[in-house]
Design a protein around this ligand. Structure first.
Ligand code: ZN
Ligand code: ZN
Length: 378
């Protein structure tokens, strides 16, 4: 009931881009990477078959991205990037804990991809009391309890955080480990096999500190399960484009689709599914604002290795709205960089146009809107 009232007052928006579709719009969904096998037997990092070589990271007993040895195994549902990163950060700052539930079915699937033995208990990496008070809930606990319910496993608080640790992001490995020593303490005895849940796995230093505390309390096997995992080097393209994870809108909201026409051309390179998804994601972001409606987007990617253009990728695009067409170009070393620049320019043109139109409609003398957009970049 309260949920329904909240939805009326604050309509749920796409967790990735704040567009009008909950939980994820089609564009954001296309940018979600699921950490699927084949991959590392210990940590599930998807293997990337390198050019002409064997699959990288495909071993049963570890890869170079594996978490510390206190952790017996680990699995994560998603790559911590793009819309999933926005979703997890959004939950922390919006306080809407129910949004976390969206990620749980994919975590159950990730758990099923882990070692076959059934754990004795599910627990979580606890927040310190102060941060928990500030946030109103512990995202690790919310995820652990929902996961245990869906996977029919017992869930118990097995750890407390004895002191707050400073944010991890800026510390190097050994400093991180030292900062975490003694930060967690077990509550009573731990069962032999435990699954430790958290929202994000980065270096694994925090989870390893928890695993040490659980092992000191009697656990022999500590697996780690997180909603997302941060991986520096990216993942293979097969990880994108999964649709059966309960992340798509269940309302059949037509805005969840791609309402406009999208034309894609390649000159000097073949357009891949990855290019298409990268563009759909950016188009969805362009379209999230209510006006003007975007009717048609045309993108041409040009690969032209000349000394004039660094790296040799160029993007020319046009974006048609009911009253005018915006055009822009972008160049860069990679297709992504060129796309970013072209889309940035179009976005800027659209917002300039929109603010001119809205000031005109507020009764100011209508200023003529310049046609043609920005000058070409070269
Ligand atoms: Zn979105
Ligand atoms: Zn690994």
């Amino acid at each position: 009931m309260l949920g329904a009232v909240l939805d009326l007052l604050f309509p749920r928006r796409c967790l990735g881009c704040r567009g009008p579709v909950w939980p994820f719009c089609a564009g954001c969904l296309a940018a979600v990477a699921v950490l699927t096998p084949p991959g590392c037997g210990r940590c599930g990092r998807p293997a990337d078959p390198g050019p002409g070589g064997p699959a990288r990271g495909g071993s049963a007993d570890g890869c170079r991205d594996c978490p510390p040895p206190e952790i017996s195994w680990s699995r994560s549902a998603f790559l911590y990037d793009g819309p999933i990163r926005s979703a997890l950060l959004g939950v922390k700052f919006s306080g809407r804990r129910s949004d976390l539930g969206v990620l749980v079915p994919a975590m159950v699937q990730a758990l099923e991809r882990g070692p076959p033995s059934r754990p004795d208990a599910v627990t979580w990496v606890p927040l310190g009391a102060r941060r928990r008070r500030q946030r109103g809930f512990d995202q690790g606990e919310v995820l652990a309890r929902a996961l245990a319910r869906q996977a029919a496993l017992p869930c118990a608080r097995l750890l407390v955080r004895t002191r707050e640790t400073p944010p991890q992001a800026k510390r190097a490995g050994p400093a991180r480990r030292e900062a975490l020593t003694g930060a967690f303490r077990a509550v009573g005895a731990a069962p032999p096999s435990v699954v430790l849940v958290d929202d994000v796995l980065t270096s694994g230093a925090t989870a390893a500190a928890c695993a040490r505390a659980l092992r000191d309390a009697g656990a022999r096997r500590v697996g780690v399960l997180t909603a997302a995992r941060s991986l520096g080097a990216g993942v293979p393209s097969r990880c994108y484009g999964w649709t059966d994870l309960g992340l798509a809108s269940r309302d059949g909201n037509p805005k969840g689709g791609m309402p406009m026409e999208l034309t894609l051309n390649g000159r000097g390179l073949r357009i891949t599914d990855q290019h298409r998804r990268a563009i759909e994601h950016r188009v969805a972001k362009l379209d999230r604002r209510p006006r003007p409606a975007i009717l048609r987007v045309e993108v041409e990617i040009i690969h032209e290795p000349t000394p004039r253009i660094a790296g040799g990728h160029r993007v020319q695009m046009s974006c048609e709205t009911p009253r005018r067409t915006f055009r822009a170009e972008g160049a860069g070393e990679t297709v992504d960089a060129a796309l970013d620049r072209a889309f940035e320019r179009v976005e800027r043109q659209i917002s300039t146009y929109r603010s001119k139109r809205s000031s005109a409609s507020r009764g100011a003398r209508a200023a003529p809107v310049a046609e043609g957009g920005e000058p070409p970049i070269r």
